[in-house]
Design a binder for this molecule. Structure first.
Ligand code: WTA
Length: 666
């Protein structure tokens, strides 16, 4: 038993809780518990007060219009451009404050002040305007974590052109699908990106996608890795050829509160990803308020680091929009956490004296596995607050994070939210909330959640069920791009009662509540897997597998994995004479990487003559999960083909043995 294990045991026995440390609470931005009651008494008034912290060209006439529920409108009639809150307003008071400390993977670094960021955003906005980008046009972004990435998001926002960022780890196919769904006009990409010392050839993959994306008329390419790329005359331009010569100023395009700010695609329960729609006013109110409150961000002193990729919503809200709006100084790190050695993160924390660190449980578990010696090499005493997001955090990892990284003094905020919510929803406020390892505690001020049973009835404290949100919030998704019906069906149909005008948002997560009313998230209850904090749909992986000529049928499930949260386990039947050997396993994993991206590669693939099915022909995914997690299988006699189960179980045991630690976040 390790030291940390003993701590956990003691913790359970004592039912240990962690009140905010007195010195932290004394200086905290939110230190009065009345904030909850005030927000509860008048949530629209609460959000209106938060909205006062932004720069508006025209004040709103109405805080919330919910008459078209579940389609919300916030800050109705308000006019703004989000970049005036994120950039322009800081120029008067502190133009020289650092917006980003950027650390390249090879060891190069750049420091970018608010004045410099503003100028560069304007230059790129001017260049994009010359390429024909107008208000409302969609711009696709497919880049590594270089400083030009936040610049690209903000340049689009400056023009009122919605961006659609596609994570740089996605494949050409995934990029093409997203570009086509959004009908994007321009693509901004890089020659390549650095990952663990290797070049990820982004432009090559983009070229592959561009063969199928007729809506794209121009491509702007940032040079980062200097790998050879082909540039198509008349379509492709280098960033360094067109941007530096532009004027470093540009008036911001005035937008309505409800104009599109961005689309971000996320996996759902079908094979087709959904374009989640976020708009300007409410989104920025939500991102700004939570950045300030949840991270207790003192913008004049703190150095804040969110380790997510900007390709995910965490990066949108908590690297770009929230931190810039509050005027924070952030760190951006380009590459892999184990490059050149497993202490790179701690090296960065020490170098920039990071005071607030926000990362994912999967990373924390990986650091635990690597051992205490790596953080032990560095002075981490600048840290005063730690945050986590993306998946349930197990108490062991929570305690390790607090004890080893936070030296036992830092509060830990476990923040539950989603691409769809746009902002953190269930989380401690670090100066107020007594935390418990493994619990995201309770909804933030103004947010209303519940846990319901199958019939939609609230489950009493102590019980578990489905997590729902029972009141609109400013950063909520406004829809699924181009598919209003799917929006209603996916999130609202199940528990709402439109005839009573009762609208209930179904998050897709299971949760329980303890007797104090604290929430404990239990993971997805739908066919969405959470692998290293990445949402991947079982159906998306299944359809990538059956796309391979050797595959007849595939079933995919997420099985519990000690490091990645879930690992992708695939069960495959083959066509005709195809031979299920190790070579084919590798080929199929590669095929999924090409169709979706490396993050979706199955950790294990089991070949079987048949998949377990009910008599009506439905694949029994739950049974495959039980097999994969070595649970007792119980009665399988309702299956059409019960005999196949034992055989699959034996093969799955073998495959697990071969797969090692499962898919790593790449
Ligand atoms: C999961 C990431 C437990 C959850 C911001 C949710 C969490 C999905 C937590 C959204 C947490 C996120 N505890 N589970 N603190 N945070 N999740 O859209 O299943 O990439 O539905 O947004 O991640 O993932 P997404």
């Amino acid at each position: 038993m390790t030291q940390t294990d003993r701590t956990i045991e003691a913790l359970f026995e004592e039912n240990r809780t962690f009140p905010p440390p007195a010195d932290f609470a004394r200086r905290a931005i939110v230190s009065s518990p009345e904030i909850y009651a005030e927000a509860e008494a008048d949530f629209e008034g609460f959000w209106a007060r938060q909205a006062e912290n932004l720069v508006w060209r025209r004040r709103w006439d109405q805080v919330l219009d919910w008459s078209g529920a579940p389609f919300a409108k916030w800050f109705v009639g308000g006019r703004l451009n989000v970049t005036e809150s994120c950039l322009d307003r800081h120029l008067g008071e502190h133009p020289g404050r650092v917006a980003y400390y950027w650390e390249g993977e090879p060891g190069d670094a750049r420091t970018i002040t608010y004045a410099e960021l503003h100028a560069e955003v304007c230059r790129l906005a001017n260049a994009l305007a010359l390429l024909g980008v107008e208000k409302g046009d969609r711009v696709a972004i497919y880049m590594g974590m270089v400083p030009e990435l936040p610049v690209a998001l903000l340049a689009c926002a400056r023009l009122g052109a919605p961006h659609s960022v596609v994570f740089g780890g996605f494949s050409a196919d995934a990029l093409a699908d997203r570009i086509n769904d959004a009908q994007a006009k321009v693509l901004i990409t890089c020659d390549g990106s650095w990952r663990a010392g290797q070049v990820v050839p982004l432009k090559d993959m983009a070229d592959d996608a561009l063969e199928r994306t007729p809506s794209i008329s121009s491509v702007v390419v940032v040079q980062r890795t200097n790998n050879a790329v082909s540039m198509q005359e008349g379509r492709d331009v280098w960033y360094h050829d067109v941007v530096p010569e532009q004027e470093p100023s540009r008036p911001a395009t005035e937008c309505d509160s409800e104009d599109l700010l961005y689309l971000l695609y996320t996996s759902g329960t079908t094979a087709r990803p959904k374009g989640i729609v976020h708009t300007c006013g409410g989104y920025l109110v939500g991102a700004t308020t939570t950045t300030k409150m949840v991270f207790d961000l003192h913008e004049e002193e703190d150095v804040y680091w969110c380790t997510a990729d900007i390709g995910w919503v965490t990066g949108h809200s908590y690297i770009v929009y929230g931190p810039l709006s509050v005027g924070a100084t952030s760190v951006i790190y380009e590459g892999a956490p184990a490059y050149p050695d497993k202490d790179r993160l701690w090296d960065v924390v020490e170098k920039y004296k990071v005071s607030i660190l926000y990362t994912a449980p999967t990373s924390i578990r990986t650091f635990m596995k690597w051992g205490d010696e790596y953080p032990g090499r560095h002075d981490l005493s600048s840290l005063r607050l730690l945050g986590t997001v993306g998946e349930p955090i197990n108490p062991e990892a929570w305690m390790w994070y607090r004890d080893i990284i936070g030296a036992g003094r830092t509060p830990v905020v476990d923040t539950w939210w989603q691409t769809e919510t746009g902002m953190q929803m269930i989380s401690p406020l670090p100066g107020l909330t007594t935390t418990k390892p493994g619990s995201a505690t309770h909804p933030l001020p103004g947010i209303s959640a519940d846990i319901v049973d199958d019939e939609g009835n609230s489950v009493p404290l102590g019980g578990g069920g489905y997590l729902v949100l029972t009141r609109p919030w400013p950063a909520m998704l406004r829809g699924i791009y181009g598919d209003p019906n799917r929006f209603v069906e996916t999130y609202w149909r199940r528990f709402s009662r439109p005839e009573e005008d009762k609208w209930v948002y179904f998050a897709g997560d299971g949760a329980k509540r303890d007797l104090d009313g604290d929430y404990w998230l239990l993971g997805r209850v739908d066919d969405v897997m959470n692998v290293s904090g990445h949402r991947i749909s079982t159906l998306e992986v299944e359809s990538a597998l059956v796309d391979h000529p050797a595959v007849a049928e595939a079933a995919v499930i997420g099985r519990a994995d000690p490091t990645t949260g879930q690992a992708i386990a695939a069960f495959v039947t083959l066509r005709g004479t195809a031979e299920g050997d190790e070579a084919l396993i590798q080929e199929l994993r590669e095929h999924v990487a090409v169709k979706i991206g490396k993050i979706a590669r199955p950790a294990s693939i089991v070949f079987t003559d048949e998949l377990p099915k009910t008599r009506s022909g439905k694949i029994m995914r739950r049974l495959l999960r039980d097999i994969s997690e070595e649970r007792h299988l119980g009665d399988v006699t309702t299956l059409a083909n019960a005999a196949v189960v034992e055989e699959i179980a034996a093969r799955a045991r073998l495959a697990r043995g071969n797969a090692g630690g499962g898919a790593q976040k790449s």
